[in-house]
Design a protein around this ligand. Structure first.
Ligand code: NAD
Ligand code: UGA
Length: 434
């Protein structure tokens, strides 16, 4: 049993803190956002993540999981301090390190005994050393020692609990063998593979992994665009490619490109790190450009299907960047919906969970509805942006009946063309024959 403070109670801190509690540790999750902490104390989970509420309730009841906005106290009470604050994209594309730096200062000020400081946030190479220096410079008790470890997080939103409890591997980077062993032992109940390495390589592994996955997505999207032009079907192509175990079938789903709080910011950040190191990462820059263009494809397809979009009534199905999350950060809908409104379309939107978060981020003219059926009523076309189960499983007979014109532009390739044809729906998807 370890006493752990997790600083930053967002998607990563809250999920990993809860999972560390679930395997028997005593966790204090802390955050400067007092409102968030108050909600958690009242049993209200501030984010949508399947299974999280139940797991929090179980571990709070077992007195293994506590919440506080007193970050200093949480640090003092812990032997291991996890940093899990945001590292958002700054205006210049690099990771904004202000939250990590503020936490490092706070740790220094409250370092009342030996502690292992573990960085879980996604950070540029060199951050471990930067954190070490900041803590060192702000130490209240100069005789007190500490070690710094990098232990990046690989969970996905929407399946975060399962990803955390069954993680593929734990990457542990440190200059201290002793500290690395403590963090490796902490992960033993997860039964995962442990990969220990140096601090800098651990930090790079996280960016390289995300950039590689983003590259797979942009690659298959580029192939999809070629498929459309030469008469092949990208779903067949990715299925066939994926059978090669060297390639693998995952992350080869063509569509409107990646969004979310990670791939967009981390690809930009890595390109920036490369530039600063004197290496022009042209490959990654092309991945980013391909992704930016891919988002606009559904607008082209709508234009081809309907001609002018002005005055047309368009249903947008799905607003979150992927299913099973309320996260709207860098969601493709944030580019596509304002553009539809700008072109004069009347937009009716549906998302089973993210609609509340979307309201403050999308144009006021957008109307929100509680079901697919209500949203598509009398529409000239519908656009699928997120493959939520209720959208990928929508009743196509109703779609055909309720819409003014049964035109579906599917940015996530949820349906087979044969099925859509059988239902009399004009179907436009990504990378497949018309
Ligand atoms: P988030 O924005 O959801 O949460 C960050 C939290 O940190 C916020 O609640 C904020 O109030 C808090 N915070 C900021 N400054 C603080 C301070 N000084 N003291 C205490 N709390 C403070 O972010 P997130 O999505 O959980 O991501 C956190 C990090 O993990 C990022 O570096 C991200 O790239 C990385 N990551 C995210 C995911 C994911 O799926 N979201 C997965 C893997 C890694
Ligand atoms: C991603 C990584 O998968 C996690 O391992 C990582 O920890 C996380 O980023 C992070 O660093 O924060 P996440 O962004 O939650 O996780 O979700 P993904 O399932 O990876 O999807 C990202 C985006 O790519 C979504 O918009 C999704 O629709 C898109 N995608 C994914 C595709 O377009 N095609 C695919 O084949 C797979």
């Amino acid at each position: 049993m370890q006493k752990i403070a997790v600083i930053g109670t967002g998607y990563v801190g809250l999920v990993s803190g809860t999972c560390f509690a679930e395997i028997g540790n005593r966790i204090i999750c802390c955050d400067v956002d007092e409102q968030k902490i108050e909600m958690l104390k009242r049993g209200v989970v501030p984010i949508y993540e399947p299974g999280l509420k139940e797991l929090i309730e179980k571990n709070v009841a077992a007195q293994r999981l506590l919440f506080t906005s007193n970050v200093g106290e949480a640090i003092e009470a812990a032997d291991i301090v996890y940093i899990a604050v945001g590292t958002p994209m700054s205006e210049t594309g690099e990771a904004d390190m202000k939250y990590v730096k503020a936490v490092a200062k706070k740790i220094g000020e409250h370092l009342n005994g030996y502690k292992i400081v573990v960085n879980k946030s996604t950070v540029p190479v060199g951050t471990g050393e930067l954190v070490r220096q900041i803590i060192f410079n702000h130490r209240k008790y100069p005789a007190v020692h500490f070690d710094v470890v990098s232990n990046p997080e690989f969970l996905r939103e929407g399946s975060a609990i399962a990803d955390c409890m069954n993680m593929d591997r734990a990457i542990i980077g440190s200059t201290s063998e002793k500290a690395a062993k403590v963090i490796a032992d902490l992960h033993a109940p997860f039964g995962t593979r442990i990969f220990t390495t140096d601090l800098e390589s651990a930090e790079m592994i996280k960016y390289a992994a995300n950039a590689f996955l983003a590259t797979k997505i942009s690659f298959i999207n580029a192939i999809a665009n070629i498929c459309e032009r030469v008469g092949a079907d990208v779903t067949e192509v990715s299925a066939g490619m994926g059978l090669d175990s060297r390639i693998g079938s995952k992350f080869l789903q063509a569509g409107i490109g990646y969004g979310g709080s990670c791939f967009p910011k981390d690809t930009y950040a890595l390109a920036h790190i490369a530039d600063q190191s004197g290496y022009d990462f042209e490959l990654l820059k092309a991945v980013i450009r391909t992704n930016d263009r891919q988002r606009l494809l559904v607008l082209d397809k709508l234009g081809h299907a309907l001609g002018q979009l002005e005055g047309k009534r368009i249903a947008v199905l799905g607003l979150a960047f992927k299913p099973n999350t309320d996260d709207m950060r860098y969601a493709p809908s944030l580019t596509i919906v304002p553009e539809l409104v700008r072109m004069g379309a009347a937009v009716r939107a549906f998302d089973p969970v993210a609609a509340t978060a979307a309201r403050s981020m999308l144009p006021e003219a957008v109307g929100y509805f509680d079901s697919v059926e209500e949203t598509i009523e009398d529409c000239d076309a519908c656009v699928i942006l997120t493959e939520w189960a209720e959208i990928a499983g929508m009743d196509l007979t109703k779609v055909q009946k309720l819409m003014r014109a049964a035109v579906v532009v599917d940015g996530r390739n949820c349906f087979s063309q044969e099925t859509m044809q059988q239902h009399g729906i004009a179907y436009h998807s990504i990378g497949r024959r018309p």
